[in-house]
Ligand binder design. Structure first.
Ligand SMILES: [Zn+2]
Length: 73
């Protein structure tokens, strides 16, 4: 299976780099949710648009936003 984001070799859905970025993203969301009550999609939008966020985190967030939109149809 290849990484859903960059197409590189992966063990699960993501390669090592994006897998790590994804884990960090999910962990950070827990904190945001507790502190700000922010929704998953809103959080992803923030991360995807924030220039202070790492490039990989932005790539993962943008990808997950597409999935969120898909799941609404
Ligand atoms: Zn990747």
């Amino acid at each position: 299976m290849n990484c859903k984001i960059c197409g590189r070799e992966a063990e699960g859905s993501y390669c090592k780099v994006h897998g790590k970025a994804h884990r960090n993203l999910v962990e950070k969301f827990k904190v945001w949710k507790r502190a700000l009550g922010v929704q998953w999609k809103r959080y992803l939008e923030e991360v995807a648009q924030n220039s202070l966020t790492g490039e990989k985190a932005r790539e993962v967030a943008s990808f997950l936003l597409l999935e969120v939109d898909d799941s609404l149809h």
